[in-house]
Write a protein that binds this ligand. Structure first.
Ligand code: TXA
Ligand code: MG
Length: 329
């Protein structure tokens, strides 16, 4: 049901029709925009991999309207999954669980597990409810690029190939969901996100961190993921000031993303619009990071210097994405 009551909003109806026809739709979630396909339609799922340029063995995340649908997709939902879901669904948490027998190999990349989440964004919820089934959706960006946090980013990534792009404003979280694998003991945090390690451990007890040899392939966990085209270099405030001095004495054009105002060495950069100031809190920084990287990527700089994030656990997801962005350079 739409906010107007009764009839569906026209854009939701068009997106549902496209999904039923096996076409792709982009939709907002609270984390990033997703590139969605009918999770029960292998040909539509193939189209997602093809459009993204993503290898077929890198699985997609299944999006459901509610936890009630989980048993249709997952074999033996463990109690801990329900306990986490009760607290964090709908929300920015993805659970990796043993898949049900009839789940498409195309969705899971041939693995025996399935990654699943219930997104909170009202447009995602409206779409999932109107569609009445599962929607498989990776982030709506080409393979290895920065994830989109606004509908305009999706159109930039995919000028063609997406039947409907649903508008949902800027994503409130701004970084991809936390992924935790519950198919093994101890559970393992595969991708840090807004639901932090401490919050997970409060429910699960001690968990393992990062991909291990037994982990399925996670493209978000390959180092070069989440990268702009301009090389990203992580730097301290002192390094950045030194780079500004060096840039002043050469023709090098560098752009900076920092959490503070430009020091005197960097005012020239600032006046050229090459100094972007980011929020000083992790939540605000997460929300703006990908849009900032996209913006900085367009400045034709030879490098983007990004001030290192604090070591505090609140910044775990930001540090993870920044390290990956920097690994590409
Ligand atoms: O916030 C998000 O999670 C966004 C929105 C659209 O929901 N989606 C997203 O999807 O980030 P994607 O495909 O860009 O990242 C999904 C990650 C990939 O790293 C993938 O390998 C991992 O989830 N994944 C999927 N199935 C998995 C599985 N069975 N085991 C381990 N990791 C899995
Ligand atoms: Mg992605």
């Amino acid at each position: 049901m739409s906010a107007t009551g009764g009839a569906l909003a026209p854009d939701i109806a068009a997106a549902v029709a496209a999904l039923r026809a096996g076409d792709l739709v982009a939709f907002p979630t609270e984390t990033v925009y997703g590139l969605g396909a009918d999770a029960r339609n292998p040909a539509a799922l193939q189209r997602v991999y093809a459009l993204k340029g993503r290898p077929a063995n890198h699985p997609l995340i299944l999006h459901l309207a509610s936890i009630k649908e989980l048993p249709r997709w997952v074999a033996n939902v463990p109690d801990v999954a329900y306990r986490l879901a009760e607290i964090y669904w709908p929300g920015p948490l993805t659970l990796v669980l043993p898949r049900a027998a009839d789940v498409s190999d195309v969705l899971t990349g041939g693995q025996t597990t399935l990654a699943v989440r219930v997104p909170a964004h009202p447009v995602a919820q409206a779409l999932l409810r109107a569609f009445g089934g599962g929607i498989a959706a990776p982030s709506a960006n080409r393979y290895g690029h920065v994830s989109p946090t606004a509908a305009a980013h999706v159109r930039e990534e995919f000028p063609h190939g997406v039947a409907v792009v649903l508008e949902g404003g800027d994503c409130q979280v701004g970084l991809e969901s936390t992924i935790v694998a519950l198919d093994r003991t101890p559970p393992r945090l595969l991708r840090p996100g807004a639901v932090g390690r401490a919050a997970l451990e409060a429910v699960l007890g001690p968990i393992a961190i990062g991909a291990d040899a037994g982990s399925p392939r996670v493209p978000g966990s390959t180092p070069q993921h989440y990268a702009p085209l301009t090389p990203v270099v992580l730097a301290s405030g002192v390094d950045i000031a030194a780079a500004c001095v060096a840039a002043r004495n050469s023709s090098a054009r560098v752009a900076v993303l920092a959490r503070s105002a430009a020091p005197p060495e960097c005012t020239a950069l600032e006046s050229q619009g090459l100094w972007l100031r980011a929020p000083t809190d992790a939540v605000g920084y997460s929300r703006l990071l990908y849009a900032a990287l996209r913006m900085l990527d367009k400045l034709e700089a030879e490098r983007i210097l990004v001030e290192r994030a604090p070591e505090d656990p609140a910044w775990d997801a930001v540090r993870d994405r920044l390290e990956r962005a920097a690994a590409a350079g």
